[in-house]
Write a protein that binds this ligand. Structure first.
Ligand SMILES: [Zn+2]
Length: 287
């Protein structure tokens, strides 16, 4: 015969079970995804509300989104202003990805886009050392510095160095661990640019994980040595990438879980929050 206390305890347990919300399949540490695209074909296939649901289901608390055309990122930001941090994608088409740095009409267009919308950054900009002397690059670096905007750069270390030569106060998100994802190169880059350089780890998991999904020792050491300089991102470079978002987010959480908790929290979200969210919202002093 169960006692009254046991009955109460059972009733409490049952109520707790009934009230507990169903945990999403990939629930875990909230992530700030610093590298997403919402391109024209992706928008045609997946409406903005569904994109936001994918992010919510995967515990993506905030996300940087860039797009061609730029209106797509803005549409997402309007759909979920507390979750989406829009970056201005400056390409009109695939040709611009290769040739934007030679298009003298681009800076004016960028200034018009910036004036017409609310943007936190510019990019993703693809550019390598051979084009470092491009006046268009110089102008975009100056525009970004003037507007306190982050530059998302897909390029090599020569370009990163040059951006900080042009504007030492630049803030750069260096995509995909740079073009040569090697700890010695990244250590050197972080030492040369101790203030404004941040590095996203997107789509480079296979470089720092072994076949079992374990962090390679030299990469683990790098992340621990520089916990404030790395951020994560799924990088939805294609429509299938959005369809399999869960897999990529799970992989990110699996390697973050192998780091000391304080380092994992920094890379998972705190670095990006401090870099990209309004300091007033975070209650942080602005410098
Ligand atoms: Zn990208």
């Amino acid at each position: 015969m169960p006692t009254r206390t046991t009955n109460n305890r059972l009733a409490g347990l049952l109520a707790g079970l009934l009230l507990a919300p169903a945990a999403p399949a990939t629930a875990g540490t909230p992530l700030f995804d610093a590298h997403l695209h919402y391109q024209a074909d992706q928008r045609a296939a997946i409406p903005p509300e569904e994109i936001i649901a994918i992010l919510a289901d995967n515990g993506i608390e905030h996300a940087v989104v860039t797009s061609t055309p730029p209106a797509n990122a803005q549409l997402l930001a309007e759909t979920a202003p507390d979750r989406i941090v829009p970056f201005l994608g400056v390409y009109r088409d695939r040709a611009d990805k290769e040739g934007w740095m030679h298009d003298a009409t681009l800076p004016e267009r960028v200034e018009r886009w910036l004036a017409a919308g609310d943007w936190r950054g510019i990019g993703e900009l693809h550019i390598f050392g051979r084009d470092r002397d491009s006046p268009v690059l110089r102008q975009l670096v100056e525009i970004a510095a003037d507007g306190d905007l982050v530059l998302m750069i897909h390029g090599d270390l020569a370009i990163i160095d040059h951006i900080f030569e042009i504007e030492p106060d630049s803030t750069v998100l260096w995509a995909h661990l740079g073009d040569r994802p090697e700890p010695t190169i990244l250590r050197a880059a972080l030492a040369r640019h101790p203030q404004g350089l941040f590095i996203d780890t997107s789509v480079r998991d296979e470089r720092f994980l072994d076949a079992r999904g374990d962090l390679l020792p030299e990469w683990r050491a790098l992340f621990i040595a520089h916990p404030r300089r790395f951020v994560v991102g799924v990088d939805t470079y294609s429509l299938p990438r959005w369809r399999r978002f869960d897999d990529a987010a799970n992989t990110i959480r699996q390697w973050l879980d192998q780091l000391p908790a304080s380092v994992a929290r920094r890379i998972a979200r705190e670095n990006a929050r401090e870099l990209l969210l309004d300091p007033l919202l975070l209650g942080l002093p602005k410098d």
